[in-house]
Ligand binder design. Structure first.
Ligand SMILES: Nc1ncnc2c1ncn2[C@@H]1O[C@H](COP(=O)(O)OP(=O)(O)OP(=O)(O)O)[C@@H](O)[C@H]1O
Ligand SMILES: [Mg+2]
Length: 457
């Protein structure tokens, strides 16, 4: 039989409660109540020392009158501040056998005696090398000199109470760290959202600048391209005006001979052809620019059958092809419906068809053009290929650049594939990829969403 005031089973139970994170006051109350039950006229209490290291807070006192505990709330520790205040201050146990006689109790003597408290033994609570956390007191209702069994009890209990207070201190620290963390996260989130909105503004600004720069480049390009044909047309027309002046002067002076007339007519004809050709070239360029400027709002969006649009474009193209035996292999899965821009898709296809004819098959007598289209979930994949001349890598690398052409002699402006690229990416919201090898032909892969996204402003 365990005759200790604080049996081992209770000590174990207290440790379990601490480990299971039970509220510290409940664990302390259980320990103190057990001690009290074993000794007649004993009242136990635990005071906690504030973090300022000066003021006390009543923590647990299961049997002491509430008013007595409250009276000690906020009292400063010090020599002569009762058993507990002194013990915490000098960091040593303090045994007062008779409160009525001991000078340490002077300030609280009347209070203690009025509640029938006569003796008080107190030990400071601290873990080795750490600051004092509070005190454990045993009050008696009679004069009481230390006895060894009771003293052993207070020392045993002290260790448990120290663990409890340390746990409470850690919990408080944890709570503070958590609050600090939450506050930091909140602050960082606020900072981040401000930074994000800055970033968005900057991005928008950059985008606008980029658009303006692209527009500037386009305008410069347009001016540059138009400069040559219009300049030529002006030159030729002023030459024509000279011819006409010389002719009318000779006619007025009556010196117009047959030779001069025929030379002048010949020169005028040549100049006229030049004017015409250059103006046509300019008109052609302007036509291309107009295509480039096409935007989503002016494009008609509707639901359409892919096979129909591809067939229509191929048939129209076929009607214009002369001087070559072209075979067409069209393999488009039926029933693929797109909600997109059929006009833009038609423009893309007709550029690819015309390019194949001009660049792929020049000088050839026969060739084959393939168009395959298949369902790819929420996209369609169109593969367009020819078995023509193909492209060298150094040409292939520039195919989508505006004004890049290998056939300026044949009137190429080099805008076709750049228009295709723009239509594919900006109108149809898809992707285009090209692969080609000399003498093997050229292959384009177009991936297009079945439902075009809403136009971006
Ligand atoms: N199917 C093809 N086979 C071989 N080369 C091609 C093919 N398609 C395009 N190219 C090459 O890509 C270049 C750029 O094509 P793009 O359509 O942009 O210009 P272009 O046809 O020369 O002129 P434009 O279309 O403005 O009249 C062409 O000059 C040609 O060298
Ligand atoms: Mg072209």
């Amino acid at each position: 039989m365990d005759d200790a005031i604080l049996p081992c089973t209770i000590q174990r139970k207290a440790l379990e409660m601490i480990v299971q994170d039970e509220p510290v006051p409940s664990v302390l109350a259980m320990i103190l109540a057990t001690i009290e039950r074993n000794v007649e006229g004993l009242f136990c209490s635990v005071l906690a020392l504030d973090e300022d290291g000066v003021h006390v807070r009543p923590l647990v006192a299961p049997s002491l009158p509430e008013a007595y505990s409250q009276a000690l709330d906020g009292v400063a520790i010090g020599r002569g501040s009762g058993s507990c205040g002194t013990a915490m201050y000098i960091k040593q146990p303090v045994i007062v056998s008779d409160i009525a006689e001991d000078p340490l109790w002077l300030p609280f003597r009347e209070l203690a005696l009025s509640y029938g408290l006569r003796a008080c033994w107190s030990v400071p609570i601290c873990l080795t090398g750490k600051p004092v956390m509070g005190s454990l007191a045993m009050y008696y209702d009679r004069v009481m000199h230390p006895d060894e069994r009771a003293w052993r009890t207070i020392m045993d209990a002290m260790n448990l109470v120290a663990l409890c207070l340390e746990r409470e201190r850690q919990n408080r620290q944890l709570l503070r760290a958590q609050q600090h963390l939450e506050q930091t996260v909140e602050e960082r989130t606020r900072e981040l959202s401000v930074a994000l909105s800055h970033l968005r503004n900057t991005q928008q600004e950059l985008l606008n600048r980029e658009k303006m720069a692209a527009l500037g480049m386009l305008v410069a390009g347009v001016a540059h391209e138009l400069n040559t044909p219009i300049g030529n047309a002006i030159l030729s027309s002023s030459f024509l005006a000279d011819c006409q002046l010389r002719l009318s002067t000779a006619l007025r002076d009556g010196v117009l001979g047959r030779t001069q007339l025929s030379t002048s007519l010949h020169d005028a004809e040549a100049a006229l052809i030049l004017v015409q050709r250059n103006l046509e070239k300019a008109a052609d360029l302007i036509g291309h620019f107009k295509q480039m400027a096409v935007d989503q709002s002016s494009e008609r969006r509707r639901s359409f059958d892919l096979r129909e649009v591809i067939n229509d474009n191929v048939v129209t193209f076929q009607a214009t092809v002369r001087g070559i035996d072209l075979r067409y292999e069209i393999d488009v899965a039926p029933g693929i419906t797109l909600d997109s821009y059929p006009g833009a898709l038609g423009q893309v296809l007709s550029n690819l068809l015309v390019n194949a004819r001009i660049h792929g098959f020049t000088g050839r007598e026969r060739g084959c053009l393939k168009v395959q289209a298949s369902d790819a979930g929420d996209h369609v994949l169109i593969v367009f290929s020819d078995d023509g001349l193909g492209m060298a890598p150094e040409h292939l690398a520039h195919i989508f650049e505006p004004y890049y052409t290998t056939r300026p002699d044949a009137g190429g402006s080099g805008l076709g594939m750049s228009i295709v690229y723009n239509l594919m990416v900006h109108i149809l919201a898809g992707r285009i990829e090209v692969s080609s090898q000399l003498d093997q032909g050229t292959r384009f892969e177009l991936l297009i969403p079945k439902v075009a996204p809403a136009p971006s402003r």
